[in-house]
Ligand binder design. Structure first.
Ligand SMILES: [Zn+2]
Length: 185
């Protein structure tokens, strides 16, 4: 299979000596070598630095001074460069659930994206889940036959001491009131 390549020609950042390299996209690639052999100079100082520089140059809000401050890495040519994310090595201990997305801060944007653009579907019947106005809910409930059991759920407000704040928020089933629980203390 012919993958597009990230091609680097004559990289000479820091201690790199005119390194030519083709890296296939869509693969997990590791740079190995003894300390000081230029792994970081290649990954961070060349590939990521150039990707970041190209990204920043697309921003219209960048001031001319900031543009002049963007030094290009010492490399003759880089082609096939995709948008890049760099995660440095000294980030301390991360939670086992940490991913590239959480470490890079992308996860929060993804959550917003899915919340805004996604259409939630009912897992049982597949119909779209929508917001209902109060009037719609009221009319639906009033149209049910007499004696129908319904379940009313609401978030329970919690006061600063960790207990209920007595604001009269109802619990499950509309039968238990938070304020009633507070009276017994
Ligand atoms: Zn359903």
């Amino acid at each position: 299979m012919n993958r597009p390549l990230l091609s680097i020609r004559k990289a000479s950042e820091h201690n790199l000596k005119d390194v030519d390299l083709d890296i296939p996209h869509g693969c997990l690639v590791a740079f190995c070598g003894v300390s000081g052999s230029g792994k970081s100079s290649l990954a961070f100082g060349t590939i990521y630095a150039e990707a970041r520089r190209r990204f920043l140059l697309t921003l219209e809000s960048l001031s001319p001074a900031a543009v002049r401050g963007l030094r290009a890495p010492r490399v003759e040519e880089i082609s096939g460069l995709a948008p890049a994310i760099a995660i440095d090595q000294d980030r301390g201990r991360q939670s086992p659930r940490a991913t590239v997305a959480t470490l890079a801060g992308l996860y929060d944007f993804l959550r917003v994206l899915f919340a805004r653009v996604g259409q939630p579907l009912c897992p049982a019947c597949g119909s779209p889940v929508n917001c209902h106005r109060f009037e719609e809910v009221y009319e639906t409930v009033c149209g049910l036959p007499e004696g129908t059991r319904i379940l009313v759920l609401a978030p329970q407000r919690v006061g600063p001491d960790g207990g209920p704040d007595g604001a009269g928020v109802s619990g499950v089933g509309g039968s238990k009131r938070v304020s009633a629980a507070q009276d017994r203390r």
